[in-house]
Design a protein around this ligand. Structure first.
Ligand code: NAP
Length: 481
C-alpha cells in the first residue's frame, strides 16, 4: 500500500494502515543539511502484528519452495541490486550521509549476501550417524525456524538488512524488518527490489515506527515469531535479550564495538596508515568495526601520527552525495555533540590535537576529521565507542602491553594488527579477545565469513554458513532400522 506523501521517495513507502486512515509519520532528514527528505509511516503495535501475520501466512509456502527455487529468487535479488547500484547508493548517501564511494561499497557488500546465500541455499545438508552402542542411527535435519524479526541500525542501512534477510530467506524463513528511524528509505527500496525480483508477498515485511520498544515488544511476544536478529547498541541488545527470554526466542545479537588497531614496531607506517584510513574513516568512523583505540609502538608514533594527520587534513568535508567529499556528516546533531564532548574531555586529560578538533562552520551534522595524540590510556575516548571521524593514538612499549590494553574492555567485536612478521601478527590475533581480527588489513567484512563479536559485543554470527544456521533448528530423529 502506498501513502500519498509528497516526496520523491513516496512511491517506496509500503504501509499497513487502511487507505482511508490518516496516519502519523516519521520525518527522514538529510544529515548534511537538516532538510526533510521524506516521511515514512509511524507504525503502531497493530501494524507490527499485521506484519507478523503476513509473515506467518507466507511461511508455509516459502518453506515449501524448493531450495533451488529459493536460490534462484535470491540470485535475482543480487542481480537487481547490482543493476540498481547507483540508485541505491545515492539513497543511502542521502539519508545516512556517507560518501558516495562508501555507499557504493555498501551496496556491493549488501547485494553479495543475496548471491552468497543463493549458492548456500542448495547446500543445506543433514547428518546421519551411528549411536555409540552401535544399535541405532542418529538422523539430524535442519529446518527453518519460522518468522524472524530483524532490527537494524542506521549506519549500514542496506548491508545490515541484507545480512539478515538473505540467510533468513535462504533458510526458508519469512521476515519482519524494523529499520532504524533515521534511515528507513533504503529498507523500503530493498524490499521493493526484492519483491520485483520475485520474493513472494508476505516473505519480506517492513515496519517503521518511532515507538520501537512498544512495537518490537509486541512482535516478540507473538508466539508465531521464533527468531530475533538484532544489530545495534549493546544497551538496546540487553533490553531485547530480556524481552526474548519471555518466549525463549532464538536470538542473534550484533552489538557495539571498541576495536583496537595495533601498529607493531616492525610495521610499514605507510601501509598501517592506509589500513587506518579504511578501518577508521569508512562511513566517517560510524562503523561497529571502526578502529576506536589506535595503539602505536612508541618508536613509530611520530611518523604514523604525522602521516595520518596529513591524510585527514586532505579530506573534503561535505554532503556525501558530492563526489568530492571524503568525509560526510554524522547521522545527527546528537552524534556530533557526543564526539565533540569526547574530544574535549580527552584534551582536558592531556591529549593533543594534530588536526581537526572542531565543528566545521557550516549547516548540517558535521565534525572535522581529527587526530589526537598523547591520549591517556584511561581517557573516556578510549573506553567509549566514538562513532565519528576521530583517531585517538596511544603509545605502547611492548607486545604484551598492547594486548593487555586491547583486551581491557567488556566489548570484543573487531581488532586490527599491523606487522611485517606474519607469525607475530597471527600469534597476537590468537591473544586478542575479539570475534574478528584483521592482520595487515583495514577491512574485514566479507559475506562468506562469520561476522560477530565476543564478550558484550554479541551472540551468534552473521554471514558464512553460520549465518544461515541462525535461522534454522536442528531436528534429531531417532529410529530403529
Ligand atoms: P540502537 O540505538 O541500538 O538502534 C538500533 C535499532 O534498534 C534501531 O532500529 C532502533 O530503532 C532499534 N531500537 C532502539 N531501541 C529499541 C527498543 N527498546 N526495542 C526495540 N528496538 C529498539 O543503535 P544505533 O545507534 O542505530 O546503531 C549504532 C550501534 O550499532 C553501535 O553501537 C554500533 O557498534 C552497533 N552496530 C553493531 C554492528 C555489528 O554487526 N556488531 C553493526 C552496525 C552497528 P530506532 O531507530 O527507531 O530507535
Amino acid at each position: 500500500m502506498t501513502t500519498s506523501l509528497p516526496s520523491p521517495y513516496s512511491d517506496l513507502i509500503i504501509g499497513t494502515a487502511p487507505p482511508n486512515r490518516r496516519r502519523d509519520t516519521i520525518a527522514v532528514l538529510d544529515p548534511s543539511s537538516g532538510e526533510l527528505l521524506s516521511s515514512v509511516p509511524d507504525g503502531t503495535v497493530d501494524d507490527g502484528l499485521a506484519a507478523v501475520d503476513a509473515a506467518a501466512k507466507a511461511f508455509r509456502s516459502w518453506r515449501a519452495t524448493s531450495p533451488r527455487g529459493r536460490a534462484e529468487i535470491l540470485r535475482r535479488c543480487w542481480e537487481a541490486m547490482t543493476e540498481r547500484r547507483d540508485e541505491i547508493a545515492r539513497l543511502i548517501s542521502l539519508e545516512n550521509g556517507k560518501t558516495l564511494s562508501d555507499a557504493l561499497g555498501e551496496v556491493d557488500y549488501a547485494a553479495e549476501f543475496f548471491r552468497w546465500y543463493a549458492e548456500e541455499t542448495v547446500r543445506t545438508t543433514g547428518q546421519l550417524g551411528t549411536s555409540p552402542n552401535g544399535a541405532n542411527q542418529i538422523m539430524v535435519s535442519y529446518e527453518p525456524i519460522g518468522v524472524a524479526v530483524l532490527i537494524t541500525p542506521w549506519n549500514f542501512p542496506a548491508a545490515m538488512a541484507t545480512r539478515k534477510i538473505a540467510p533468513a530467506l535462504a533458510a526458508g524463513c519469512p521476515v519482519v524488518l524494523k529499520p532504524a528511524s533515521e534511515t528507513p528509505l533504503t529498507s523500503y527500496l530493498i524490499a521493493r527490489i526484492c519483491a520485483e525480483a520475485g520474493v513472494p508477498d508476505g516473505v519480506i515485511n517492513v515496519v517503521t515506527t518511532s515507538r520501537s520498544g512498544e512495537v518490537v515488544s509486541a512482535m516478540l511476544h507473538d508466539p508465531r515469531v521464533r527468531a530475533l536478529s538484532f544489530t545495534g547498541s549493546t544497551e538496546v541488545g540487553r533490553v531485547l535479550l530480556r524481552e526474548a527470554a519471555d518466549t525463549v526466542l532464538k536470538s542473534s545479537m550484533e552489538l557495539g564495538g571498541n576495536a583496537p588497531f595495533i601498529v607493531l614496531d616492525d610495521a610499514d607506517p605507510d601501509q598501517a596508515v592506509d589500513g587506518l584510513m579504511t578501518a577508521k574513516m569508512r562511513n566517517g568512523g560510524q562503523a561497529c568495526t571502526a578502529a576506536n583505540r589506535i595503539y602505536v609502538h612508541r618508536s613509530l608514533v611520530g611518523e604514523v601520527s604525522r602521516l595520518l594527520a596529513g591524510r585527514f587534513a586532505e579530506l573534503v568535508v561535505g554532503p556525501g552525495t558530492d563526489p568530492a567529499t571524503g568525509c560526510g556528516p554524522l547521522i545527527n546533531d546528537r552524534a556530533v555533540d557526543k564526539v565533540a564532548s569526547l574530544v574535549e574531555s580527552a584534551v582536558a586529560a592531556g591529549a593533543r590535537v594534530l588536526v581537526g578538533g572542531e565543528r566545521p562552520a557550516r549547516a548540517g551534522s558535521f565534525y572535522a576529521p581529527t587526530v589526537l595524540v598523547d591520549v591517556p590510556p584511561r581517557a573516556d575516548i578510549v573506553r567509549t565507542e566514538i562513532f565519528g571521524p576521530v583517531a585517538a593514538i596511544i603509545a605502547f612499549d611492548s607486545d604484551d602491553e598492547a594486548v593487555r590494553a586491547a583486551n581491557d574492555t567488556h566489548l570484543g567485536l573487531a581488532a586490527y594488527v599491523y606487522t611485517s612478521d606474519l607469525r607475530r601478527g597471527l600469534r597476537m590475533a590468537g591473544e586478542l579477545e575479539a570475534g574478528m581480527v584483521a592482520v595487515n588489513r583495514g577491512l574485514l567484512s566479507d559475506p562468506a565469513a562469520p561476522f560477530g563479536g565476543v564478550k558484550e559485543s554479541g551472540l551468534g554470527r552473521e554471514g558464512g554458513s553460520e549465518g544461515m544456521l541462525e535461522f534454522m533448528e536442528s531436528k534429531y530423529i531417532a529410529t530403529s532400522w
